[in-house]
Design a protein around this ligand. Structure first.
Ligand code: GAL
Length: 678
């Protein structure tokens, strides 16, 4: 994609640094309300020592700011903001609406969220609110207004932080208030009940409705609930939270039009309820929280995928990594610390992928509460600790990287990502309950990552013309418009790879009949009559001698050329992978999940078809990324391995302030950032 994007320094919608100097944001969630005043002074001193320049304040501040209905007390945060400002530290100030206080829940227990089985989720955790509750909305918007009015003009205020991880725990609420809101949402979407009946296919199982008032959320039922009802409920639930974001944002924009607004997304493994492609349009600055999943042997790949998707949501513009952990989390089954050097390496890898601010949960590790065993920048052990020393080291590194602030990443390859497809493809009553949407995307992404190829992970509706290669993983639900855009892209000379379980249904989750993969059948020149998903330990032999997994199909090549065929099972001798030249482009299809070796060989041919090259010539395993802008070209090389790795590059290392090249060595676990010679 081209890099005609506004640089943050030049944009009024990037973080407003009090002195106007563009810099890489560095800090964490700061919770002074959990500590006595004496600790605040030490906090600020240590922040300065660590190079912290931006902290996220008042995220769970509601009960302190509004101790009783309509009674406000800003004393604590006033003092804290003044202290921070005096120390030159900017503030990303929360609207404080993430968790309603006990007095509100006691007065209005109807705001509590309700699970699918009808269980009310009680107070005592956090996010105890129903996204459709008008009572919650009214109180949250009123609080936002009070906070914005009070802090408008405060010199430390650099960025607004709406709520916190909207939908982390309360995305799907099945209460009666939600049911009523769902009905209104459906009325707006369909206009009349006949259109809804048509879209939901309610002739099936006698589900026909004669009035919107008969409709319920997909609560636990004796059997599978209607799939389109489930899909629409997912869309509705995301839209309700988006409306909360917009309601708070509108207040902030009215009162402080110059202060940019963000909210922290959760683009990471395991979270799928929010359609961030739609949400991203509502914020001035896209920010993301990312936590590694325990047990992933190569967590750096999922981390990179999430970062590339976050950048895709940001339209290529610089973004903020709002939260990550310095070391262990507290919410896994067994929570282990990060290895020495990992926090630095992973943070710099996010900068490599376009982040211009790096922040952590949280500044100081809590003494009490459910997160006291979650790591922080200042751990229980205090500043005399490995973690704090690594944090301070990272702060110094980020300062050295200031020359690249505002530069952007360009890529010739897009991987399409789509929340409708995610929701619809993983519904119950499907060919396989083992199917995982994100896994299909990650398979192909990981091969491109290993080849050192830069990738944008982008919403499916993104214009594709700037890309040489487009990967379409399991685009199960596809509108005619998106199918047409992919088709036209190939005919104009693009190269596309479509995977199994793509093009199957329309926007109502109705099958596109006549043979799979419906919407892409003609483009790919194939026809599939039946899916044959594989069981967990089952494999299918392929003509290249490898074994595929998860899925297989009885593919008939109509006008495509078979590239690999099945060698075992019912479909032996039928195509498994096909390729078709379409006007000046090429369309590939894979009907199964290829093993790593086979996928690599196909990627070799894909990049040859498309004329895509790696970011640099380097040893395998080195993570590579390039940021460019008016100030130059900056190559990142991140070594996640235990061996020294080398690459070809000539320039100047920003982190060590030394000339580099023509061949550079990246020590085990280390990172190089090189301003490349012109
Ligand atoms: C996030 C949340 C933070 C903290 C963190 C712990 O979900 O926004 O407040 O709870 O996780 O990993």
């Amino acid at each position: 994609m081209s890099s005609d994007r506004p640089a943050p320094g030049a944009s009024p919608r990037w973080i407003r640094w009090p002195d106007g100097r563009p810099r890489i944001g560095f800090g964490g969630d700061y919770t002074p309300e959990q500590w006595p005043r004496e600790v605040w002074k030490e906090d600020v001193r240590l922040m300065q020592e660590a190079g912290v320049n931006l902290v996220n304040v008042a995220i769970f501040g509601w009960s302190l700011i509004e101790p009783a209905d309509g009674v406000y007390d800003f004393a604590t945060f006033d003092e804290v903001l003044d202290l921070l400002h005096t120390a030159g530290i900017a503030v990303d100030l929360a609207t404080a609406t993430a968790s309603p206080p006990a007095w509100l829940v006691t007065a209005h227990p109807e705001i509590l969220p309700v699970g699918r089985t009808g269980t009310v989720l009680g107070f005592g955790g956090r996010q105890s609110w129903c996204p459709s509750s008008p009572v919650y909305r009214e109180h949250a918007v009123r609080l936002t207004e009070k906070v914005a009015e009070h802090y408008a003009g405060h010199p430390a205020l650099a960025l607004w932080h709406v709520s916190n991880e909207l939908g982390c725990h309360n995305a799907l609420c099945y209460c009666d208030v939600s049911a009523a809101a769902f009905r209104r949402w459906l009325e707006r979407r369909y206009g009349d009940i006949d259109s809804l009946n048509e879209a939901w296919g309610t002739q099936f199982w006698s589900q026909r409705y004669t009035s919107f008032e008969q409709i319920m959320p997909p609560r636990l039922a004796p059997s599978f609930t209607n799939p389109t009802q489930q899909l629409d409920f997912a869309r509705f639930s995301s839209a309700e939270l988006q409306a909360q974001l917009v309601a708070e944002r509108d207040v902030l924009r009215r009162i402080t039009p110059d202060v940019p607004v963000t909210t922290n997304f959760m683009v990471m493994n395991g979270i799928r309820d929010m359609d961030y492609a739609a949400w991203a349009r509502e914020v001035d600055l896209v920010s993301n929280d990312h936590y590694l999943r325990e047990g992933d042997p190569e967590p750096q790949i999922e981390l990179a995928f999430s970062a590339d998707l976050t950048r895709g949501l940001a339209g290529g513009r610089p973004w903020m990594l709002m939260e990550q952990s310095t070391s262990a989390v507290n919410w896994g089954h067994v929570n282990r610390p990060k290895a020495p050097g990992e926090l630095r390496r992973n943070s710099l890898a996010q900068v490599a992928r376009g982040a211009d601010a790096i922040s952590y949960f949280q500044w100081r590790q809590s003494r009490a509460g459910a997160e006291k065993y979650h790591s922080a920048m200042v751990p229980h052990a205090g500043a005399d600790s490995r973690v704090f020393r690594e944090v301070a080291g990272l702060g110094a590194d980020l300062e050295r990287l200031e020359p690249l602030v505002g530069t952007t990443v360009s890529s010739d390859v897009a991987v399409l990502f789509d929340w409708d497809s995610w929701w619809a493809s993983e519904l119950d009553s499907h060919p396989s309950q083992d199917f995982r949407y994100r896994e299909v995307a990650l398979d192909w992404y990981s091969t491109l990552w290993r080849r050192g190829i830069a990738v944008d992970v982008v919403p499916a509706s993104t214009p594709l013309d700037g890309y040489r290669l487009v990967v379409v993983p399991a685009l199960y639900l596809v509108t005619d418009a998106v199918a047409d855009s992919i088709d036209a892209y190939v005919r104009r000379g693009g190269t596309v790879l479509v995977t199994y379980f793509s093009g199957i249904v329309d926007e109502h989750d109705h099958v596109r009949t006549g043979g799979y993969p419906g919407a892409f059948r003609d483009l790919l020149g194939i026809r599939v009559e039946e899916f044959a998903p594989l069981r967990a330990a089952e494999t299918a032999g392929l003509s290249d001698g490898t074994e595929a997994s998860r899925w297989s199909e009885d593919v008939v090549a109509v006008s495509a050329e078979p590239v690999l065929t099945y060698t075992t099972g019912t479909y032996a001798a039928q195509p498994a992978v096909t390729r078709r030249t379409v006007e000046s482009g090429v369309a590939w299809y894979t009907s199964t999940a290829l093993g790593d070796g086979s996928r690599e060989a196909i990627v070799d041919r894909l990049v040859a078809d498309a004329g895509v090259t790696p970011v640099a010539s380097a040893d395998r395993g080195l993570e590579l990324m390039r940021r460019t802008g008016p100030q130059g070209s900056f190559l990142f090389a991140v070594n996640h391995s235990g061996e020294p790795l080398t690459l070809e590059v000539t320039g100047h290392s920003l982190l060590t302030d030394q000339p580099v090249g023509p061949r550079a060595t990246v020590a085990p676990g280390d990172v190089l950032v090189i301003r490349e010679s012109a």
